[in-house]
Each structure stands twice: as structure tokens, then as C-alpha cells.
Design a protein around this ligand. Structure first.
Ligand code: ASP
Length: 450
């Protein structure tokens, strides 16, 4: 059995939905389908989820929301009309939105999650109705009916381990099943959404629950590129990548597949394939537990993400002071800041975090470090970018760091720091935001176009 998930652009219009169902219906192993809300129809368009968030903002600020709700209804109406299914569903969507607004308007976090999730919820119902109308027995199941029970953290749901047994029962159905992505239900019965882009997470949870042989993730590109196609002209598509490589690359900006979606898949090592709804016969990129390394291509991908901050600390004889790092990390923990990298030398340490983590807390954190850690020097550096080069083959290859540093030097890019984790599948280079694109170009050229 395969679990197939279709992203927002794949289900943005009636004609896209028809393509999706052609793909689904031609393969009897595609039994469980997870869908997103209608995404962008063109570059200037707005995703339905964003329209729903704007609707929430109107409601919560006591503003007239009729127009915003109208825009949402229009999007679904266009789809329903073109699919020639019963337009009664539009009345039901309208009533559901009104009901959510009326019952939850005094609980902002609940209302936001309920409205945000309804894009996928309505779309799943429409898609199931259309498939039935063309004669394929199809069942819409809400995440509650499918057994997706999650933690009670609005906007940041985590699946509860106990859900998986119930999800396994989905294997018993003969019909095609369509489940809306992006949300589950808490044990108390509230709608709780995953982080943005979270339909990938639903797909992964369902794939693990039913022990699928493959999790297909359909999107609008034919796989994962070795580097951002907005920076590199027609980069190569990766044919196979490991979970670990994917995690490192998506951390640093590869947006094709949600990084949290890998976690449920580890357990049964379920492979994922990223495929293109518009070119379904393209082979796509397989994300797998383990793979053969091609010694000619040790570098799997290059990514660069902007918006980091580094706290740099110097102290003479730092290496001799037991518990020094713990004191610093405690200060960060007290301010609820998570960090990403911690390159260090014998007398210095840098702590690198996403700038949003420390925003508004900077002065307090620096004061606390000065007060509690008896340091010699302290400074903070903003506008950092993190360049990641990732590849399972790196551990056995010689000269990878050299290739990156010489590419950066030739491009006249100042390298602020280097860090390599013990897994040796990635190297991280700290550079300035302004150099981010130039760095990706220089490295790509050096690795793949030589
Ligand atoms: N519709 C949600 C979003 O835009 C979830 C998803 O598409 O995966 O974030």
C-alpha cells in the first residue's frame, strides 16, 4: 500500500484536482490520499490557508469579515462548479465557517487553528465527492475518524504514539480514502494544527500508521534539486537522498519536504518519493534510510539560509573552567532560546541561533552572560547566513572543506566560522547574509560544473 500526499499547488484548481485523481485512480496501491488546502494558482495568488488566517484576523479585531469570507467561498465555488458536483457543499462551507467563528471567537488560538485547518478539510470533502461522482468509491475521513490524535499545542501539534494503532485500521477499507492534511484532534476534541506546511507531516504519520511500502509526496517540481533553483539555473535533481541528508538540507532552507515529516518514517524506514503532479512519470527523488554512495558525487546538496545571530564569547583559559558552557546554556534556557550551532576553540565559543529566537531578549541575555560568567569579551553578530554542504559520501572523501573554502575565497566571501558535526555528513559555514547567494553559486560551480 502507498500513501500519497498532494500539496497545495496540486489541488489548487479543478483541473489540478482531476490530474491528481487520474494519478490516484490509475494505481490500485494508492489507497490513502492526504490533501492540502488549495494553494497558489499562479505566483501572485494567495494560498487558501493565508486567506483563512486573514479571515481570523478580521474576526478577532471585530472588523467586518464578509468580504474575506466571500473570497474563500469563491475559491471553493470555482472548484466545485468546474467539477460539476453538488453546490450544496458551498452552503455547508459557509455554515461551518460561521459556526466556528460564533463558537470560538472568544478563544483566539482555537479559532485560528479551526479556521486554518478548514482549507484542507473542505478540499478533502470536495475531492472525495468528485471521485465518487466519476464512479470511484471514495471515503472522506476526518483526522478524528482516521485516528490522528495529537498534543494540545495550538499551531504546533505533535502526534501521540497511541494514535498509530487506530490509524492501522485504515488498512481495512476497500474504498479510496481521502484525509485532509495539516491537523489532528487533541484528546479533549479540539482541532490542533501542525506547523505551516504540515500536510507533509499528516502524510508521514498515516504512512507510518498503515506501515505503507511507500510514501509519495506529490508537489509541483520533479524532485529535490541539489541547490535552490532560484539561485542556480536548472540545478540537477537528486535521485536518492538519505533521511539524514534531507534533514540537514531542509533545516537550512530546502522547503520541498517538511523536516518534521521525516520523524514518523524513521521507525519503519518507510521510503518517501517526491514527485511532480504535472509530470507523474518523472522518476522523482527517493528519500531513503540508507543508500549506495557514488564516489564521484560525494556532495548531495548545498543550501544556505539567512537570518541567524551569533553570540561570541572569549575568556582566557575557558577550557579549564568546569561548567562554563553549562552556565551560558542555562542563561539561554532561562530565556527560552534554542540554539543551532556552537563552534568553539580553547578560549572562545560562539552560539548561533535563528535571529527570531533572541529578538527582544538580546540585552537581557548579554547582561546575564556578563554578570554570571566572568568573561573577557562578548559581542553579538547579526545578519549571518548558514551555508550547509551535505553528503553521506563526505566522511570518506578527502578535501571537501578545501573545495568549499577555496570556492568561497575565489568569490571573495569572508568566512566567519566553520563547524562540522561528528556525523561528518554536513559542514556548516557562517557567512554574512549579503553573501548567501554568491556562496551557493560558487560552491555549486566548484562541485558540479567542474
Ligand atoms: N495548507 C497548509 C499551509 O499552507 C499546510 C500545507 O499545505 O501543508 O501551511
Amino acid at each position: 500500500m502507498k500513501v500519497s500526499k498532494f500539496g497545495g499547488s496540486s489541488v489548487a484548481t479543478a483541473s489540478q484536482i482531476k490530474k491528481v485523481l487520474d494519478i490516484v485512480n490509475e494505481d490500485s496501491e494508492r489507497r490513502i490520499i492526504v490533501v492540502s488546502a488549495p494553494g497558489k494558482r499562479h505566483d501572485q495568488d494567495t494560498k487558501t490557508t493565508d486567506l483563512l488566517i486573514r479571515l481570523y484576523e478580521k474576526v478577532i479585531n471585530n472588523l467586518d469579515y464578509t468580504h474575506k469570507k466571500g473570497e474563500i467561498l469563491e475559491r471553493f465555488e470555482e472548484i466545485v462548479n468546474e467539477l460539476h458536483i453538488d453546490t450544496q457543499i458551498i452552503t455547508e462551507i459557509d455554515e461551518t465557517l460561521e459556526h466556528l467563528i460564533n463558537t470560538l471567537k472568544n478563544q483566539p488560538e482555537r479559532l485560528l487553528d479551526a479556521l486554518k485547518s478548514s482549507g484542507e478539510n473542505f478540499n478533502a470533502q470536495i475531492i472525495a465527492a468528485y471521485n465518487n461522482s466519476i464512479g470511484i468509491k471514495t471515503l472522506y475521513l476526518s483526522p478524528k475518524e482516521a485516528g490522528i490524535i495529537v498534543s494540545n499545542e495550538p499551531g504546533n501539534a505533535q502526534i501521540l504514539e497511541s494514535s498509530y494503532d487506530k490509524i492501522y485500521e485504515l488498512t481495512r477499507y476497500d474504498e479510496k480514502i481521502i484525509i485532509p492534511g495539516f491537523f489532528g484532534y487533541s484528546e479533549e476534541g479540539h482541532i490542533v494544527t501542525f506547523p505551516r506546511g504540515g500536510s507533509d507531516i499528516t502524510g508521514a504519520i498515516v504512512a507510518r500508521g498503515v506501515k505503507a511500502q511507500l510514501y509519495e509526496n506529490f508537489t509541483d517540481v520533479s524532485g529535490i534539486y541539489r541547490a535552490n533553483p532560484k539561485i542556480i539555473n536548472r540545478p540537477e535533481i537528486i535521485s536518492e537522498i538519505t533521511y539524514r541528508e534531507m534533514r540537514e538540507l531542509s533545516y537550512a532552507g530546502f522547503g520541498v519536504f517538511h523536516d518534521e515529516a521525516l520523524q514518523p518514517l524513521y521507525h519503519y524506514r518507510i521510503p518517501v518519493v517526491i514527485k511532480n503532479t504535472n509530470r507523474p512519470s518523472d522518476p522523482g527523488t527517493f528519500i531513503v534510510y540508507d543508500r549506495q554512495i557514488d564516489p564521484q558525487k560525494v556532495m548531495t546538496g548545498i543550501s544556505c539560509d539567512e537570518g541567524f545571530t551569533s553570540i561570541n564569547i572569549k575568556k582566557y583559559l575557558m577550557n579549564r573552567e568546569v561548567g562554563f558552557t553549562v552556565k551560558i546554556l542555562n542563561i539561554l534556557a532561562e530565556h527560552n532560546i534554542s540554539f543551532d550551532h556552537m563552534p568553539s576553540g580553547i578560549d572562545n565559543i560562539s552560539i548561533i541561533m535563528r535571529s527570531a529566537q533572541i529578538k527582544g531578549k538580546e540585552q537581557k541575555v548579554l547582561e546575564a552572560i556578563r554578570r554570571e560568567c566572568e568573561i573577557d569579551e562578548l559581542n553579538i553578530e547579526h545578519d549571518l547566513a548558514i551555508l550547509m554542504v551535505v553528503g553521506e559520501g563526505m566522511s570518506a572523501a578527502i578535501g571537501t572543506a578545501n573545495k568549499v573554502t577555496s570556492a568561497l575565497a575565489e568569490a571573495n566571501i569572508n568566512l566567519k566560522m566553520i563547524n562540522q558535526g561528528s556525523s561528518e555528513i554536513s559542514m556548516m559555514f557562517g557567512i554574512s547574509n549579503a553573501d548567501a547567494q554568491k556562496a551557493v553559486k560558487a560552491c555549486y560551480q566548484n562541485f558540479y560544473n567542474d
